[in-house]
Design a protein around this ligand. Sequence first.
Ligand code: FES
Ligand SMILES: [Fe+2]
Length: 344
Amino acid sequence: MIKTNTVYQIEKFYEGMKKYWHPVCSFKKLKYKKIIPIQLLGEQIVILFLQGETAALLDVCKHYQAQLSLGKIDKFKGNDCIRCPYHGWAYDRFGKCIDIPQINKKISKNIKVPSYQTCEKYGIVWVCLDHNSKSEIPDLPEYDDGNYRKINFFEKETTKTNVLRMIMGTLDNTHFPWVHGGILGSKGKINQSKNNCNFENNYLKVIYSIEQPNNLVTFDQSDELIEKSKSVNIKYTNYVTINTIRLVKSGPSGNYSIWLSSCPNTFNESTNFWIFSRNYDKSPKKDKDYLDLAKTVRLQDKVVIESQTPKLLIPFNSKIGIPIMSSDKPIIEYQKWIEKLGII
Ligand code: FES
Ligand SMILES: [Fe+2]
């Protein structure tokens, strides 16, 4: 019988994830569209660009619960607002109702839709549903480092899995020869490298070295000085937080960094925001080749990750899986950590 998650597990996940920042949409797209409806931790939220600022409101009108995101951006007494499509009530970026066209008197300050913290970083709009949260947006040092060429790849389609499984699948390294044979591993060649795992400044840091095939993401293919062998030794240094992972691959030409932050739309659906950085072979003309390779890897992973059930990761001791203590160490550490944080 296929296992499904219980209502208790789902509610616990939503509650546990509320205090973290989650990536929700491209900032560039928001500036252009002004109104973007999204789902975050099962809540319907509208992301807005009002008065030159980002804002996030519950996407439900106080009057008769119509979806605000079906409305439009308007102006009322000089202030930008979103106007409900049903009877025209207008709300400012803090969710306060500032105009009710059917009445002509002062509006109670209690007429307000919930608003949430937002900010912009790495070209992404982030939302945190908990006003008292002290959590921080995960690091991406390559982003402001002029030595790196960066490519954004913000997926339009959701992935039918839970964010925790998405991060776990990106941290897992023993699947390389099976799922990414010829790109990240060689079929039949099992990775038995030693995984070094420890916790550093709120990150799970995982280091290992493995042999990978010769291609764009192992070293600069145009470098005449590098001997073109069949495989090359790559050192991975991974930094993992709840919903984000940064994999820094160090090879003979320099570093190739893969950063993934995944938005938990619901317990069984996620949206991936990727940023790839490299400090070698930096010509913009080469971006397409790097992106194509990343997309190929992404699609290979998608098939297996979406097949995993139950969708939401459950506690380590649930006995649903049979982890191998040595080779699965990084993902075991991640799962136990998430459990300790009260998310699963
Ligand atoms: S439901 Fe929004 S104004 Fe009536
Ligand atoms: Fe993979």
